[in-house]
Design a protein around this ligand. Structure first.
Ligand SMILES: [Zn+2]
Length: 448
C-alpha cells in the first residue's frame, strides 16, 4: 500500500449500501469515528464527543495515538504579516480572515473504552497535534477505542471554522488521527494558507444538533431528523471519506437536481446558497451534473449517492471536502458574465472528490499529487466541454471588444511569470518551502 514514496494513501472508498456495485469494499482497518456534535452559533460554540476506534495498520506496535486538531492553531509570532498579505492577495480585507486570538479548539477529556481517563498532551513540536497515552501497547492488526470530549469556539472570522453573517462552518475542524506507518506517527503542522492534511480516510457515523431553523450541509447524508425545544438533531448515514465537514445556516436556500451517473445510479445534487445567489446555485448544479459523470468515467465510480456544494465565507474561492465542496460567498456574488470562471472553479473542486478524497495525499509535502492532477484534468474536461482556450467572460452583445480572460492565459500566467522571474519552485516540498500561495500555484498546481 505504501510502496511508492509519493503515493501515500490509496484508500478507495465505498459507503456500504450506498456504494456502486463495482466499487471496492471499504478497507477493514480504516479508523472509525462515531461523532456527536452540538453546534450553537448564538453561543459561538461547538461541543463534541468523538468515539474513535483505531486499528494498527503497520508492522510497528505503539502505545500512543496522535491526533491532528487544527482549531488549536494560533498564528505563530512573525507569521501575521505573511497571512495578512496572503489575504490581501486573495482580495480579502485581512482583518476578516486573520484570527489573532486563535486556540479555539480544546480537548476537555480523553477516556478509554472502560471509561478510565487517559493522559493526553499537545505535541511539543506541533501546536495542532496531541498525543494520547494508551494503557497497553497496540500490536500490528490490534485495535483500540478512545473517546474524546472537546469543544471548538466559533470565531467571527472567515476561514475553516467560525461563523460569519449567519453561516457557520467547521471544515477540517474535528480531531482526526494522524497518518501512521512503520516509521511511526506523521502529524503535520497546520498551514492556514493551504491544505497541509495527511490522514487516512475514516468511517464516520454522526449525530449533529443545530438550531431548528438551520439547514445543515454535511459530508454525510441525512438518515433521520428529530426536532425538540428549538433544536434539531440529525442522524447521518454512515460516511467514508477523507474528512467530515459541516455547514449550517438559517439563510441557506436549497437547490437540487438529479445527476444520472455512467453506472446507472443517480446522485442527488444539492447547492446550499444564500437566497440572492440563485443564479449561480442553479448554474453550479448544471456544472456538477457534467463534471461528476465525466470524472467517474475517467477515474472510477463516484462513491456516494449525494453531493453538496455549500456557500461559505473563507476568503479564497473554492475548497474541497469529502462529499462536499465549499464555494466562497464572493464567487456566488460575481457578475453573471463571469460564469466561465465559476465553471472552471467548480469543475476543479469536484475533481478533488477523486484526487484528495478517494486517492489521499500528503498535502503538506506533496501538494502536487492532488492539485496538479485536479488542475490538469479540469482543463482537459473544459477543453472537451467548451473548447480549448475559451474566454471566462461572456460580455453582452456588442461588448466583444472589451478585455477578456482566456483560459490558457489564466492557466499559464503564473508558471511563466515564475520562470521569467527565475523563482519557479520545485513541484514537491513542504508547504513552507513554497514561501507563499503564488509559489505554490506555479510550483504544484500549474505544473499539472
Ligand atoms: Zn484544488
Amino acid at each position: 500500500m505504501l510502496a511508492r514514496r509519493w503515493l501515500i494513501l490509496a484508500a478507495l472508498l465505498a459507503t456500504g449500501r450506498a456504494a456502486p456495485a463495482d466499487a471496492p469494499p471499504t478497507p477493514p482497518d480504516l479508523p472509525r469515528y462515531d461523532l456527536s456534535i452540538d453546534i450553537d452559533p448564538a453561543a459561538r460554540l461547538t461541543q463534541f464527543r468523538a468515539k474513535v476506534t483505531w486499528t494498527n495498520p503497520s508492522t510497528r506496535p505503539t502505545r500512543e495515538l496522535v491526533f491532528n486538531f487544527y482549531p488549536m492553531f494560533r498564528v505563530p509570532a512573525g507569521d501575521s504579516l505573511l497571512f495578512a498579505k496572503t489575504l490581501e492577495l486573495l482580495r480579502l480585507e485581512p482583518s476578516y480572515g486573520l484570527d489573532k486570538r486563535g486556540g479555539h479548539g480544546r480537548i476537555v477529556k480523553v477516556s478509554a473504552a472502560d471509561g478510565q481517563p487517559l493522559t493526553f498532551a499537545r505535541r511539543s513540536d506541533n501546536q495542532t497535534a496531541f498525543t494520547v497515552e494508551l494503557p497497553e501497547e497496540v500490536p500490528p492488526g490490534g485495535s483500540v477505542t478512545v473517546t474524546l470530549d472537546g469543544q471548538i469556539r466559533l470565531p467571527e472570522t472567515q476561514g475553516r471554522w467560525g461563523t460569519w453573517d449567519g453561516v457557520t462552518y467547521l471544515v477540517n475542524a474535528m480531531p482526526v488521527l494522524a497518518y501512521y506507518n512503520h516509521r511511526g506517527w506523521h502529524d503535520m503542522p497546520f498551514v492556514p494558507w493551504h491544505q497541509p492534511f495527511w490522514n487516512e480516510a475514516g468511517v464516520y457515523t454522526a449525530s449533529v444538533t443545530v438550531p431548528a431553523d438551520h439547514t445543515l450541509g454535511c459530508s454525510a447524508d441525512v438518515a433521520s431528523e428529530r426536532v425538540s425545544g428549538g433544536r434539531k438533531t440529525l442522524t447521518m448515514k454512515p460516511f467514508v471519506g477523507r474528512d467530515f465537514a459541516l455547514f449550517a445556516s438559517a439563510k441557506y436556500q436549497e437547490f437540487k437536481a438529479d445527476c444520472p451517473m455512467p453506472d446507472g445510479r443517480t446522485v442527488k445534487l444539492r447547492v446550499l446558497a444564500l437566497k440572492r445567489h440563485e443564479f449561480y446555485a442553479r448554474e453550479m448544479l448544471k456544472m456538477a451534473a457534467v463534471a461528476l459523470p465525466v470524472y467517474a468515467t475517467w477515474f472510477g465510480p463516484f462513491p456516494y449517492e449525494h453531493f453538496t456544494i455549500a456557500e461559505s465565507y473563507f476568503g479564497w474561492n473554492g475548497n474541497e471536502c469529502g462529499g462536499i465542496v465549499m464555494v466562497d460567498e464572493r464567487v456566488f456574488d460575481m457578475p453573471h458574465l463571469a460564469r466561465g470562471y465559476v465553471e472552471y472553479l467548480v469543475s476543479h473542486e469536484i475533481c478533488h472528490q477523486w484526487w484528495y478524497n478517494l486517492v489521499g495525499t500528503n498535502g503538506y509535502s506533496e501538494t502536487f499529487m492532488d492539485e496538479g492532477a485536479a488542475t490538469y484534468f479540469t482543463h482537459r474536461l473544459l477543453d472537451t466541454k467548451v473548447g480549448r482556450n475559451n474566454e471566462f467572460l461572456t460580455w453582452p452583445e456588442g461588448g466583444g471588444w472589451l478585455p477578456n480572460i482566456k483560459r490558457e492565459n489564466y492557466r499559464n500566467a503564473s508558471i511563466y511569470g515564475a520562470i521569467r522571474r527565475r523563482d519557479a519552485p520545485a513541484a514537491a516540498g513542504p508547504l513552507p518551502e513554497f514561501g507563499h500561495l503564488v509559489g505554490l500555484f506555479s510550483g504544484a498546481y500549474d505544473r499539472g
